[in-house]
Design a protein around this ligand. Structure first.
Ligand code: GNR
Ligand code: NI
Length: 175
């Protein structure tokens, strides 16, 4: 297994639309395992392949307190949504930023598991939020897209400054 690098907003690669997985084979299972390791290490409660610069429709999630309940969603599809809820969202690709986002509170989804078996499930609470947040990533969408252009621009500038400071730190190490 190996840790994968996570892309940071406003990297244009985060805007790519991921392609469906044609075959859930050993390559995909290996990718899933590396994504789970990367998500738990971060730590985060979800990770979309888009965030590791792989543009295939693969998502991993674990919203359990113990971090012992991995959920793998390949080619996830939103079948139905209902209700509305506000949640403070964060994103591993936008570190340090947390904003209240309104989304449907209840969803029904379909997808394939790590073995390629089709399944459907209902979700609510933080799991429903996370599923929608991850499917958005596969469609090149980020939670900041739900904010006003003013707020989004403030966040974009902050992230560009943070990236510059990361680079300066790296340079300092080399001296
Ligand atoms: O770790 C994460 N926490 C989180 C909190 C509220 C709503 C969504 C999320 S997903 C995020 C991990 C991530 O960036 N997944 O794409
Ligand atoms: Ni995210």
């Amino acid at each position: 297994m190996s840790l994968l690098d996570i892309l940071y907003y406003p990297d244009p690669q985060l805007r790519k639309i991921a392609a469906p997985v044609a075959n859930v084979d050993g390559r995909v299972a290996g990718l899933v395992d590396n994504m789970l390791e990367t998500m738990y290490h971060a730590p985060g409660i979800g990770l979309a392949a888009t965030q590791i610069n792989v543009h295939e429709r693969i998502v991993v999630i674990d919203v359990s307190d113990e971090g012992d309940s991995p959920l793998v969603l390949i080619n996830p599809e939103l079948l139905a949504s209902d209700g509305s809820a506000e949640t403070q969202e964060g994103c591993l690709s936008i570190p340090g930023i947390y904003e209240t986002i309104t989304r449907p509170s209840d969803v029904r989804i379909a997808g394939l598991d790590r073995e390629g078996n089709p399944f459907e499930m209902d979700a609510d609470g933080i799991l429903a939020v996370c599923i929608q947040h991850e499917i958005d990533h596969l469609d090149g969408k980020l939670f900041v897209d739900y904010l006003s252009p003013l707020k989004r621009n403030r966040i974009r500038k902050k992230m560009i400054k943070a990236a510059r400071e990361r680079e300066e730190d790296e340079f300092d190490d080399d001296e």
